[in-house]
Design a protein around this ligand. Structure first.
Ligand SMILES: Cc1cc2nc3c(=O)[nH]c(=O)nc-3n(C[C@H](O)[C@H](O)[C@H](O)COP(=O)(O)OP(=O)(O)OC[C@H]3O[C@@H](n4cnc5c(N)ncnc54)[C@H](O)[C@@H]3O)c2cc1C
Ligand code: FES
Length: 271
């Protein structure tokens, strides 16, 4: 039985990413007077339920890969997330998890990766990329294709500087001022123009449903099979552990059987 117990994590870092999006780092303090940090065990693609006592919970993806801290990228969108982003360094963050399936990173060893993200969908992918940074020798080429609405809404700008040096990073924005030097256009254009072939590659996609749909259509035309594609599916959730049925599509619990699916295993589900 999965744990539904809430645990207090201590916030050790808070960074504003854009107007309403913050990156939080939190650690699990060891009980008693020990200053050692407790080891954590989570995988890229999984999520935690973040709790605001007396108000409710929000599922938030892990966006780091480390065994002594965890990072969450939170957009203020409503009741719970509006309160979460008010927390500060030193405050407790009440969490339960980790829950859900993860990207099968070990199975992807030896392959080239194409990691495609749109908007806040880049956050869970940051966990994947942190894994690849740690186990770089296990992967062949790594291509990052990211789309944002505007240059101001671009996330993880500091990480992007590093990724631009060590990976094949390509970004695009939907719209920008005349002084913007980068690429302007939809993420699907970036995919269409990438010239990438499907040989020995796995594709990992996270973003809004419409972006995932059209990105997969582009990949199909480029010769990718559905078995090569992994997506993360977002649904409204309550329990997060397969008990309430809130997230169910065609008998599949997105919280427990997902949120990460290989595309051929989910493409025929009907809402
Ligand atoms: C597996 C998973 C991972 C997620 N990871 C992240 C993350 O890393 N960072 C992040 O900022 N958010 C993430 N989300 C979305 C986040 O959980 C919701 O924004 C949050 O639950 C909204 O709760 P609230 O109480 O703040 O807003 P509410 O007051 O409940 O809702 C505000 C508005 O948002 C809409 N809404 C709420 N939840 C969703 C949803 N899941 N999909 C579409 N619309 C929704 C509501 O219909 C309403 O219009 C994730 C969601 C899932 C299911
Ligand atoms: S959120 Fe309760 S069953 Fe998935």
């Amino acid at each position: 039985m999965m744990s539904l117990n809430l645990e207090p994590f201590r916030i050790t870092r808070k960074e504003q990413m854009t107007g309403d999006i913050y990156l939080f780092r939190a650690e699990k303090a060891k009980a008693g007077k020990s200053k050692n940090k407790e080891k954590l065990s989570y995988q890229p693609g999984q999520f935690y339920q973040l709790n605001v006592p007396g108000l409710g919970e929000a599922p938030i993806s892990v966006c780091s890969y480390a065994d002594d801290y965890i990072e969450f990228n939170i957009r203020a969108l409503g009741d719970v997330t509006d309160e979460l982003i008010k927390l500060n360094v030193g405050d407790n963050l009440w969490v339960r998890g980790p829950y859900g399936t993860h990207y099968p990173m070990i199975d992807l060893h030896g392959k080239s990766l194409i990691i495609i993200g749109g908007g806040t969908g880049v956050a869970p992918l940051r966990g994947v990329i942190k894994y690849v940074e740690k186990y770089r020798a296990e992967f062949d080429r790594v291509h990052l294709l990211f789309g944002f609405k505007s240059p101001e809404e671009m996330l993880f700008k500091k990480d992007m500087e590093l990724w631009n040096r060590i990976f094949d990073l390509r970004t695009t924005v939907d719209k920008a001022g005349a002084d913007y030097k980068g690429k302007i256009g939809l993420i699907t254009k970036l995919v269409d123009e990438s010239g990438l072939d499907s040989k020995n590659k796995a594709v990992i996609i996270c973003g809004p449903p419409v972006m995932i749909k059209f990105t997969i259509q582009s990949l199909e035309k480029m010769g990718f099979s559905h078995e090569q594609i992994y997506i993360s599916h977002e649904r409204r959730m309550k329990c997060g552990v397969g008990m309430c049925g809130h997230c169910m599509i065609s008998g599949v619990y997105v919280c427990k059987d997902g949120p990460v699916f290989r595309y051929d295993q989910i493409k025929n589900l009907h809402e």
